[in-house]
Design a protein around this ligand. Structure first.
Ligand SMILES: Cc1cc2nc3c(=O)[nH]c(=O)nc-3n(C[C@H](O)[C@H](O)[C@H](O)COP(=O)(O)O)c2cc1C
Length: 173
């Protein structure tokens, strides 16, 4: 029996990231997903590990790409002390309609949590996606987290989550 407590936090505009958060919860067995809008971000420090997810909107902007409540709290998160805590990012996007900007907002979550000292886990190979480009690419052929495309590839989502969750467990999550 594990006494680790993992938190799962998301934001959404049209509900797709919330649906995916529910599926991730089912596969990993974390606590119920919470909308980051309903949370005092200082409480994030009380978890043993975090999974955090956002959609990408605000195409073409330099920052605040999620278009959701994350945009208001990422600065505060960067200032928290999450030293050594495993944190994994997922993102929702449209790899065809917005193929130059696929899941860009993942990069903003990644950078903010990384600045807090968190141990970033859950990088994911970019093979098998249809995007042209993304800020969330790390330069080594991987994304900084798990991108999911409910607009074009929802048939791949469950398998991707299962693979990612298995990887997180191998990475000490
Ligand atoms: C106006 C608009 C802008 C969008 N911009 C992007 C984008 O820049 N990059 C991307 O990957 N997806 C983009 N998308 C797709 C959404 O991220 C995608 O539909 C996502 O699943 C929505 O998640 P949500 O329902 O949780 O808000 C955009 C969608 C709309 C309608």
């Amino acid at each position: 029996m594990s006494f680790y407590q993992h938190g799962l936090f998301y934001s959404t505009s049209t509900g797709k990231t919330e649906e995916v958060a529910d599926l991730i919860q089912e596969k990993i067995g974390s606590a119920a997903p919470q909308d980051i809008a309903d949370v005092d971000v200082s409480s994030l420090a009380s978890y043993d590990g975090l999974i955090v997810g956002a959609p990408t909107w605000n195409t073409g902007a330099d920052s605040e790409r999620s278009g959701t409540s994350w945009d208001d709290v990422l600065g505060n998160i960067a200032g928290l002390d999450l030293k050594g805590k495993p944190v994994a990012v997922f993102g929702l996007g449209d790899s065809i309609g917005y193929g130059e900007y696929f899941c860009d907002a993942m990069e903003e979550l990644y950078s903010s949590f990384k600045a807090s000292g968190a141990k970033m886990v859950g990088h994911w190979p970019a093979d098998g996606y249809q995007h042209e480009d993304s800020k969330a690419l790390l330069g080594d052929g991987s994304f900084c987290g798990l991108p999911l495309d409910q607009d074009n590839e929802d048939d791949k989502t469950e398998e991707r989550i299962e693979g990612w969750v298995a990887q997180l467990k191998n990475e000490g999550f």
